[in-house]
Write a protein that binds this ligand. Structure first.
Ligand SMILES: [Zn+2]
Ligand SMILES: [Zn+2]
Length: 264
């Protein structure tokens, strides 16, 4: 409903909204039957793991491989319809969705590839990050929700996700003016410095450029040290909570503005 409202309010986002609606619907078909992750869900144990992150290892993820094959194929095909994936990458995704030996290897490499010491995807599969991230989402968010219900990440002050080591792609400013980062991969949320850069931890106010969207709903923080930026939903005067699936699309004009200024 929120996505459809966004389309009415901002017709120029129609194509991006349609793609997002289809992706959300695909993920919903699988989401309801994803089981709990195979990790001990005890607060003390989980807090112990926080000393040596990430908490969530690939082996813990509740992946059903026939669901994963379906999601990969359907996600790639939806993205192709909306011109969000190149043809060669689409073909590789399709091949991979039929290769039950290769797929788990690629999924693991993608999942673990965010760690600095980990190998990255093979060159031919390197263009599949966006597809894999969408296809893996139901399994990752299910695992993250189960863990977040048991621990609060107090004491975690880094810019990367304590659960999966992913990077945030959105933040939310709470009514108490805290800033919570939201993982782009598993949607885990954790509190972070109100202003500092989540990517390089620069906290020099003079080297952070911040601006808001015209309607005041969103804020963008751009770092003049590493040139990266992060968007935030300002929930202080908002009528609804943050909804990453909606807010990531609603902020596409902010992305364009930041990129025009040379940030990435
Ligand atoms: Zn994460
Ligand atoms: Zn930075």
């Amino acid at each position: 409903m929120e996505l459809r409202r966004l389309k009415t309010d901002q017709p120029d986002l129609a194509s991006a909204v349609d793609l997002q609606i289809e992706l959300v619907q695909l993920q919903r078909r699988v989401q309801s039957r994803v089981p709990l992750p195979s990790i001990r869900l005890e607060p003390d144990y989980l807090n112990e793991l926080l000393a040596n992150p990430p908490i969530l290892q690939f082996e813990h993820l509740p992946i059903d491989w026939s669901d994963m094959r379906f999601l990969l194929r359907a996600t790639a095909s939806t993205m192709r319809t909306h011109e969000a994936i190149e043809d060669p990458h689409f073909r590789i995704a399709e091949m991979l969705s039929r290769d039950s030996e290769r797929l788990p290897i690629v999924a693991r490499t993608w999942y673990e590839g965010v760690r600095p010491d980990a190998p990255s995807l093979d060159p031919e599969e390197a263009g599949l990050e966006a597809v894999l991230q969408q296809a893996m989402r139901p399994f990752l968010t299910r695992a993250a929700d189960a863990i977040m219900a048991r621990i609060d990440f107090r004491g975690w002050t880094k810019g990367t996700c304590p659960l999966c080591s992913g990077e945030p792609d959105l933040a939310v400013i709470t009514p108490a003016a805290d800033r919570l980062l939201i993982c782009a991969r598993c949607s885990a949320r954790w509190r972070f410095h109100q202003l500092a850069c989540a990517f390089c931890e620069n906290s020099d106010r003079k080297r952070i450029t911040s601006f808001t969207s015209r309607d005041g709903r969103y804020r963008l923080y751009a770092c003049d040290v590493c040139q990266r930026y992060l968007k935030a939903y300002d929930a202080r005067q908002a009528s609804r909570p943050v909804m990453p699936a909606v807010d990531s699309v609603a902020t596409l004009p902010l992305d364009a503005a930041a990129m025009q200024k040379g940030y990435r």
